[in-house]
Design a protein around this ligand. Structure first.
Ligand SMILES: Cc1ncc(COP(=O)(O)O)c(C=O)c1O
Length: 480
């Protein structure tokens, strides 16, 4: 496995054996997540004109109006920039590795619409295929051949998937897979890890605690206690807590779900043998192992984290990339489990727009591009160049930093590291990250507006993009 994770954790991998394990701060909120409510950072910088020629005047006007129309001015919380402060940018268009805001500012984009844009934004072939499909209509609500095609591609790529069900988002995929795991095992309890995000369905919105067998407490008003009662949590990369949970709740645990490489607490890889051990422990206890590959699927490798690490879960969730920028999610796994799903079996789950022809088309053409030889080698090469450059620049400007990458997924923290849990990630200087984020924005580089989100590169990022980003980082690191 060592070779398989050779791209991981540039600055912390070597420290693995001697790593300290900080005591995990007591009950911590999941509010760090980009897709949850982020802590507010007060920025002292004026929202506009901090750099010559850089103005966000139109963004400001539009966002001001939006706040009166939609809660917080957005349709997904992290976009409001609450965790970095300052003015969010309002996007006008995207192409390749770049995007443009309504004020005409251009950015090198490392968010990629939170992951889907792995072949670059608005790829010409995807756009042409969408235009063709659109001539036949935008929604059928009935079987279509495009569903078969994408299903075949997913099944042949992802080792654990023998049958697949398409839905419309990662949240829906995780909701469906949880019901399926419970239906198949006849058990109620699940284990999730602190700092892993599995969408916003009630059972996953649980405050993660530091105890051995922390019972789920709702993390958001409106989530009934009953909905999270069966959700058990463990710190990430902590096998003894997992073993204790299985011991304490013998015969009650339906499934263990995790992001095999975490992106929703920043980029956090598994410690060597963690995934292997989870595979063994779940098997021994008759529980299902679920990889939430909404983020890692088709990103770490064509077959996702399970191909990359060589570990096959029982069930897998997908999203983001398989929709090529249109709304899609999916869950899949062994045939005997999937045949529980209606109408093949009794577990009910449905969707008006599921299998939508436009979404299937964008997914098919995105996967076709990814399948071309050299795709993942290229992603690895440019991402290594990027993260190495950022870490070197940060450290030589005197900042304590660590970070890592696998293929086209990366992250860095303002702490010495190593970071192997959300507790470790919280050591990062988030106020410094906010200043870095703002400085980079003004230099024309768009990172996720939260310390606790992974970054993404794409096949459209060029070495020139990377070098420009590193040069900008060198400048900003000296100022923050
Ligand atoms: C690992 C993971 N699971 C589930 C989700 C939820 O997906 P969606 O936002 O499409 O509902 C996300 C979203 O970022 C995710 O990263």
């Amino acid at each position: 496995m060592a070779a398989a994770i050779s791209g991981v954790g540039l600055s912390w991998q070597s420290k693995l054996s001697q790593r300290r394990r900080p005591s995990h701060p007591s009950p911590r909120s999941t509010s760090h997540r980009g897709h949850g409510v982020s802590p507010q950072i007060k920025m002292t910088v004026s929202v506009e004109k901090t750099k010559k020629n850089f103005t966000l005047q139109k963004s400001e006007e539009i966002f001001k109006a939006a706040k009166d129309l939609m809660p917080g001015g957005v349709n997904s919380p992290v976009r409001a920039f609450n965790s970095v402060g300052g003015q969010p940018i309002v996007i006008d268009s995207v192409k390749g590795s770049h995007m443009w805001d309504v004020d005409g500012n251009e950015y090198i984009d490392y968010v990629g619409s939170w992951g889907p844009a792995i072949i670059g934004h608005a790829d010409d072939k995807v756009l042409a295929a969408l235009a063709d499909t659109m001539k036949k209509g935008t929604s059928f609500g009935a079987p279509c051949i495009l569903e078969n095609k994408l299903a075949e591609m997913v099944i042949s790529a992802v080792p654990s998937i023998e049958m697949v069900r398409f839905v419309n988002s990662g949240t829906e995929a995780c909701m469906g897979v949880l019901r399926l795991a419970r239906a198949f095992t006849g058990r109620q309890k699940i284990i999730k890890f602190e700092g892993c995000y599995h969408g916003h369905a009630d059972p996953f919105l649980v405050k993660a605690g530091s105890g051995v067998a922390t019972l789920g407490l709702p993390d958001s008003p409106g989530v009934p206690k009953a909905a999270t009662f069966d959700t058990l949590t463990s710190p990430l990369n902590d096998l003894s807590t997992v073993e204790n949970l299985f011991e304490t709740h013998k015969g009650e645990i339906a499934a263990l779900i995790l992001e095999p490489v975490v992106g929703n607490s920043g980029f956090i890889p598994p410690t060597p043998d963690f995934l292997n051990s989870l595979r063994r422990i779940t098997k021994e206890n008759g529980a299902l192992l679920i990889f939430d590959e909404v983020m890692t699927g088709f990103r770490l490798a064509y077959g996702g984290a399970q191909e990359y690490f060589g570990i096959t879960p029982d069930l897998t969730t997908l999203g983001k990339i398989i929709g090529g920028g249109l709304p899609v999610g999916a869950y899949g796994g062994r045939r005997e489990i999937m045949e529980m799903v209606a109408p093949a079996g009794p577990m009910y789950q449905a969707g008006t727009l599921s299998g939508n022809p436009l979404a299937m088309t964008a997914g098919i053409h995105t996967l076709e591009r990814l399948k071309e030889p050299g795709s993942y080698e290229y992603l690895s090469k440019i991402t290594a160049e990027l993260i190495q450059g950022i870490l070197e620049a940060g450290k030589s400007a005197g900042h304590e930093m660590c970070g890592g990458y696998i293929s086209g997924m990366f992250g860095f923290f303002f702490t010495e590291g190593p970071v192997y849990s959300f507790g470790d990630a919280k050591m990062s200087d988030t106020a410094k990250f906010a200043r870095f984020h703002r400085g980079m924005l003004e230099e024309g580089v768009y990172f996720a507006p939260s310390q606790f989100e992974a970054g993404f590169t794409s096949l459209a990022h060029t070495s020139e993009d990377i070098q420009r980003t590193i040069a900008a980082a060198e400048k900003v690191f000296r100022q923050i």
